[in-house]
Design a protein around this ligand. Structure first.
Ligand SMILES: Nc1ncnc2c1[nH]c(=O)n2[C@H]1C[C@H](O)[C@@H](COP(=O)(O)OP(=O)(O)OP(=O)(O)O)O1
Length: 179
């Protein structure tokens, strides 16, 4: 894996930050952890999964996870969607990239977000996720990661986005910028 994305490092340097650890983590040349996130959007609703276990348990989110060795990011996105929601996207499009720096995780995370409007299969509950449709105006941000309300508007407008987010103690969002 490469060191952290240049645009994220530049964004932090140009905008400054209240959180010293963000600059330190992103400019240290530390390897990043690659993850995926797939958002199914039928034009008026999004399909979210209620995370039943593991990282982010208790939150609604898109479907995704770590990119495994030997996989492309796109292959990982398709695999995670099948594993977590039992569906396969037919029109997977790159929607944006999110970089997360944590004060309590050893590496920055780079999450590649994809959007799709059509799929094969029927969304079904798995060990990890319970899928639920939400109207665009009823997305349950109170039960989601704190960064989500910042980039969802771009996703719903189908505008490509890149964001950098700093979290303390895993879930407390302390700084962000959209690039
Ligand atoms: N802050 C934030 N906003 C939006 N989405 C996310 C975050 N943090 C996150 O981790 N995510 C997303 C990115 C991934 O899609 C998942 C987390 O993946 P995870 O379940 O840890 O990965 P898996 O590979 O499925 O893990 P195992 O269960 O197999 O260990 O949340």
């Amino acid at each position: 894996m490469e060191s952290c994305t240049d645009w994220a490092v530049q964004a932090v340097q140009q905008n400054g930050t209240a959180s010293e650890f963000v600059a330190k983590i992103l400019t240290s040349g530390m390897k990043r952890k690659l993850l995926t996130l797939v958002m199914i959007n039928d034009g008026s609703r999004v399909l979210l999964g209620y995370k039943k276990r593991g990282f982010g348990a208790g939150y609604y989110n898109g479907f995704g996870g770590k990119v495994e060795p030997g996989e492309t990011v796109r292959e990982a996105a398709q695999r995670e969607l099948v594993e977590e929601a039992c569906i396969s996207a037919q029109d997977l499009q790159e929607a944006g990239v999110l970089v997360f720096a944590f004060d309590d995780q050893p590496q920055p995370w780079e999450v590649h977000v994809f959007a799709a409007s059509s799929y094969v299969g029927e969304p079904a509950e798995t060990d990890e996720m319970r899928p639920v449709w939400f109207a665009h105006e009823e997305v349950p941000f109170d039960s989601m990661w704190a960064d989500d309300p910042i980039w969802y508007p771009y996703l719903l407008r189908q505008e490509h986005f890149r964001g950098v987010f700093a979290f303390q103690q895993t879930t407390k969002l302390v700084w962000n910028t959209m690039v």
